[in-house]
Structure formats: C-alpha cells, structure tokens
Design a protein around this ligand. Structure first.
Ligand code: AMP
Length: 406
C-alpha cells in the first residue's frame, strides 16, 4: 500500500513523498487507520521505525488548515522535541499549518511570542510548558490531539507529575496517542485514565535491536578500555560514530582524550548548555565532527542520518538502553554496526542485556590489537559480579594468557 491509499490529505502525501519516502513502514500501516478514524492508540515500536510520521501524517490530515492550537506533542528531551517539530514542519510544508517548539534551557522571550501568536501544532517538553501554563501564556483549551511520546523515558526522568498536570489542562474530549518502548507498572495505571479504548500497536519484538544492526561485544581489561576504543576508531571504516558512556564525567573524559589524539569530537549530555547541545548535534549531523560522545540522553529517539557506528564505551546499566543506544545506527533501512566494550566488572550488565533481548551477543577480538589479558574471552572464569571489590582489576585472578606490555 502506498501513502495515497489511506485517505491522507493530498498535501500531506506530497509532503512525505518530498522526503523521498514511497512506502509506509509497518507502524505507519497500523497507525494511520486508527488515528484517521478517531481512535486512541497505544504504540510500542522499535526505534527508527517511522513512529513520528505514524502520528504526524494522520494528525496533519485532520487539522487540514490553520486554527487554534489543536495538537500538543509532549517529548522527554529538548533534542527529541526539536526533532519532532522539524519532522512536522517537513511533512506540513505544502500546508497552511504552523508548528511551534517550546522547551527549557533557552530564553522565554521568543517562545512567549510564538505562543501569543498561536500555533496549530505545539511540540513541548513538560517543564517549560508548565511555566507557560502557569503564567497564562499557553492555553490548551482547544487541544483535540494529544501525543505523549517516549513515555517510559518521561517516567525515568521524573516527569510524570508534570505530565499529569498538563493532561489535566487539556480537554477530556480529545484523541490521545501514547508511545512507550516498555510498559512498566507505573504506566499501566496512567494509560487507564489517559486513553479511551485504545488500540494497542506493537511492532516487531520491542526488545530486539533492529535487524539492520550488527552488534558484538568486545571484552577487554579495564586498563585497556580507552586503547581499545582508539584502535577501533583507527581500524574501522566509519562515516560517523556515536560513543556512549554511562556518566557525564566519563563522556567529558573520553572526549577530551580523543581530542588530544586529534579526533574531531562533539559532546552531548545534560550538563552542557542548550547552545552547546545544539552545536554538538548540528556539527555532528553536518559531518564537522566525526564522533559524538554522549550519555543516554542521546540514546532515545534521536534521528541522526548516517550514523554508521555506535560504540558503547560503558555497558548500559538498563538493558532497554542497550536497544535504544544501538538503535541510533541502522535506522530506517540503513545498515549499521554497534560495538560494546566491556570489562569483567560489567559482566552482570552484559548478562542482563542478553536475557532482555533473549539471545547471546557475539564476543569479538579486535584483529591486531595487543590484548594484555585474554581470560575475558573465557567467561566461565568470571565470577558473578565481576572480580569483586578489593581485587585489583584483573590482576588478582588467574589469567592464563597474561602478557607484558611492550
Ligand atoms: P522515527 O522512528 O520517527 O524516528 O523515524 C526514523 C527515520 O525513518 C526518520 O529518518 C524518518 O524520517 C524515516 N522515515 C519515516 N517514515 C519513513 C518511510 N515511510 N520510509 C522510509 N523512511 C521513513
């Protein structure tokens, strides 16, 4: 089926075709009829599945032309909000519909002007929107379409109280679309008061990384983690790579050391200013920076074309984050590679990821890299919990293939 076959507005079809897309993705095939017929929906889909267009195209079709603020989309992070706003604008380019963005980290002035002038589609993060609701600048009394995107992420970030307050300001008579990669118990109650007879759409096994991503684990001793990363970057033909770390401090540290080695590096984490975050993303997208070091703030939903490699410098502590992180590559129909560096201390996290995705991940050695220890390739020798506190990294254990660094 093509986009024309669903009863989407001609201008919307033109908009999506101008993006170069010819066939709807599976989640779009399922979502279009539900949303166009006025139903609530609860969606879970792998990242990079075309989720944004799945709700944007039917909503734009129903909006048709200018009016009051009739559609509100809530996103957990500024970057995601900006990305979804851009997508709406792209799809609406042949329509007379306005789209606006409201998020924290920047001045209030322009956003206040925007809200005063009025927009048809408002994409927002919860905190800043509440500020504007509090002082009366934002009015949500005309909302007909409410989209709550990446709701499990909002839960993780502690946004649920804000989301509830916002939803209370939106008319009860509306159409609600709810997207969440996972459905923790806290969200089940939320879906009950939020949605009316929702249709559930689940695309693919939500726990599995996309088929277009090849992923592997690279065991290494803690002392050699950074060396292995550098060797990977040297030996791999990559167009652009995202390196994930578990903490902001580690992101800065890795970025700093890579810069010392003359790599061009962008850094993205929540302690950076809005301007720095925007520069990092724009520079990475344009190819100015070959690598971007990021914390999980960048893992969810960000759509960065042409990411050929994802490297996990630290193993994610939550298994779902593994799927999200490696979902940054191999988006839509492109093929990507994801490497996860791990040390004995991270073995438990690796095991829980494998349990979560329901399969084991291939262990690989980097050809030509001089490993100090190779015992990690024989995991049966690693006790649960790694080598334990008080035991110096890998040294207190019996390591068969221990060699001296030359
Ligand atoms: P999303 O899951 O919404 O982040 O979308 C992932 C990527 O797929 C984005 O680059 C979209 O622009 C792109 N995309 C959306 N719909 C389609 C489609 N029907 N065919 C190919 N790519 C698409």
């Amino acid at each position: 089926m093509s986009f024309k076959d669903f009863g989407l507005l001609d201008e919307v079809v033109q908009g999506v075709e101008a993006m170069g897309y010819t066939d709807p993705t599976p989640i779009q095939l399922r979502a279009f009829p539900i949303i166009l017929s006025g139903g609530d929906m609860m969606g879970s889909a792998q990242t990079g599945t075309g989720k944004t267009a799945a709700f944007a195209l039917p909503i734009l079709t129903k909006l048709k032309s200018r009016g009051a603020t009739r559609c509100l989309v809530l996103e957990p992070t500024r970057e995601l909000a900006a990305q979804v706003e851009t997508a709406f604008r792209d799809y609406a380019r042949f329509m007379d519909v306005t789209v606006g963005l409201v998020h924290g980290g920047v001045g209030f002035g322009k956003q206040r002007e925007l809200l005063t002038e009025g927009v048809d589609v408002l994409v927002a993060t919860p905190g800043r929107l509440l500020d504007f609701l509090g002082d009366g600048t934002a009015r949500l009394g005309d909302i007909e379409f409410l989209v709550l995107d990446e709701v499990d992420r909002m839960l993780d970030m502690g946004f649920l109280p804000q989301v509830r307050r916002i939803v209370d300001s939106v008319p009860k008579k509306r159409q609600t679309m709810f997207f969440s990669a996972t459905l923790p118990p806290e969200l089940e109650t939320m879906t009950k008061w939020l949605l009316k007879n929702p249709e559930a759409v689940e695309i693919g096994a939500q726990r599995m990384p996309a088929d277009t991503v090849t992923h592997a684990l690279y065991p290494v001793a803690k002392d050699q983690k950074f060396d292995l990363l550098v060797a990977m970057l040297e030996r791999t033909k990559f167009d652009s790579a995202i390196i994930f770390t578990s903490t902001k401090i580690m992101a800065d540290k890795v970025a700093h050391r890579l810069k010392d080695l003359k790599h061009s590096v962008a850094v993205l984490h929540s302690n950076r200013t809005q301007r720095e975050r925007e520069d990092a993303l724009a520079g990475f997208k344009s190819g100015k920076y070959e690598v971007m070091v990021a914390t999980d703030i960048a893992a969810r939903g960000l759509d960065i074309a042409g990411v050929s490699h994802v490297i996990n410098y630290d193993v994610p502590q939550h298994p779902e984050d593994y799927v999200h992180r490696i979902g940054r590559t191999g988006r839509a129909l492109n093929v990507g590679d994801a490497f996860t560096i791990f040390t004995a201390e991270e073995m438990d996290h690796v095991r829980s990821i494998e349990r979560f995705i329901g399969t084991s991940i291939t262990r690989q050695k980097l050809e030509g890299f001089e490993y100090l220890y190779t015992t990690l390739f024989n995991e049966s020798s690693i006790p649960a919990g790694g080598f334990g506190k008080g035991v110096r990294t890998l040294s207190g254990y019996s390591f068969g293939a221990r060699r001296k660094r030359r």
